[in-house]
Design a protein around this ligand. Structure first.
Ligand code: MG
Length: 218
């Protein structure tokens, strides 16, 4: 954005995983450990299924086009083929969330932003069947007026359509929204559409950048 732009930011739109939670690599490690598979095997299995079917099964899952059970079955079969032994890839959601904790520093920031009179929304790539799991980690309805969940709207970040849908729901122009996400590709897509953006790398950095963007004192 250029210097002449003086739209006031009215809303903070936050990602969930890796921003409002502890880092996701812990969850991926837990999934690998529980299934007894080497660290690179998940990515390889996803790539092989994508090659065979023409669709990335993780994206299909996050867009709510396949149920979790179909995802875990396809992954179990592919991993068994790749590793030449049976692989138990079940209980995926439980394994994923057991390894995560709420990120209190960022949740406090959401509360602070609301106290300052700004609006807040959640924009998450997620899994339908995981809704009770992630919702149990934080008081979602107290923290956010709106939740846009990829699994329920059928489109995922960084597709521009999910950002546009979010703007329609909150009835704001992109320049009035500050978007926070730990994935650079999601931040770039938002920035391209005209959102203000903070790329979360770690809590202190993200808090400081959000404070600066909103003109709040730390
Ligand atoms: Mg994230």
């Amino acid at each position: 954005m250029t210097g002449g732009d003086d739209i006031r930011i009215e809303m903070l739109i936050s990602d969930f995983g890796g921003v409002l939670t502890t880092p996701l690599f812990q969850s991926f490690a837990a999934i690998h450990d529980a299934a007894g598979i080497p660290p690179e095997s998940l990515g390889i299995a996803l790539a092989r299924i994508t090659e065979k079917t023409g669709a990335n099964p993780l994206f299909e899952l996050e867009c709510g086009r396949i149920p979790e059970a179909e995802f875990t079955r396809a992954m179990s079969e592919q991993l068994a083929e790749d590793l030449e032994r049976p692989v138990d890839f079940g209980e995926l959601g439980l394994r994923f969330f057991e390894a995560l904790d709420p990120n209190i520093g960022m949740i406090d920031l959401i509360r602070e932003v609301r106290r300052e009179g700004l609006r807040t929304a959640l924009l998450t790539n997620n899994v339908k069947e995981w809704e009770p799991l992630w919702r149990s980690m934080l008081p979602v309805d107290e923290l956010f007026e709106t939740v846009v969940d990829s699994a329920f709207v059928g489109v995922r970040k960084p597709d521009p359509r999910i950002y546009e849908l979010t703007l329609e729901r909150v009835e704001l122009p992109p320049g009035a929204c500050l978007f926070v996400d730990d994935l650079e590709i999601n931040c770039e897509a938002a920035s391209d559409l005209g959102f203000e953006v903070v790329h979360f790398r770690e809590t202190a950095q993200a808090r400081a950048e959000v404070h600066a963007k909103l003109g709040l004192t730390a």
